[in-house]
Design a protein around this ligand. Structure first.
Ligand SMILES: [Zn+2]
Length: 125
């Protein structure tokens, strides 16, 4: 039941995360029990890729290309780690590159997350 709530939102293109009401930890993957404090009082936070800036950084880039997309392990600002597709393959993607979620959904039975690289306005180079 718990996971279905997440999947149902994702199917509509909404990235919904579970957050523990007791300690405010993001619980990922969505789970009815908080891994930090074992609390069971969860709230859902809806995030819309088109509206909210869901930012993250690349942890690891996969060598494989599937349907013109590059896959990478991405860590979002809230600590969530997931595998995403990165659309602009012409750019040099590497560990630490900032990315922005531009879409998510369900394809077949599998969740997918689409990212593009973006240049952070505060660059320290
Ligand atoms: Zn908690």
């Amino acid at each position: 039941m718990f996971m279905q709530r997440f999947i149902a939102s994702l199917a509509k293109g909404v990235f919904t995360i579970a957050r523990c009401k007791s300690c405010s930890s993001v619980v990922w993957p969505p789970n009815p029990v908080c891994r930090i404090c074992l609390g069971m009082d969860m709230e859902w936070v809806d995030m819309y890729p088109a509206r909210d800036e869901i930012r993250g950084r690349i942890v690891m880039v996969s060598e494989s290309h599937i349907r013109k997309a590059r896959f990478a392990l991405i860590e979002l600002e809230n600590g969530i780690r997931l595998f995403g597709r990165i659309m602009d393959d012409d750019k040099d993607l590497c560990t630490g590159s900032p990315v922005l979620m531009v879409g998510c959904g369900i394809e077949g039975d599998e969740p997918y997350y689409v990212f593009k690289s973006f240049q952070a306005s505060t660059s320290n180079t």
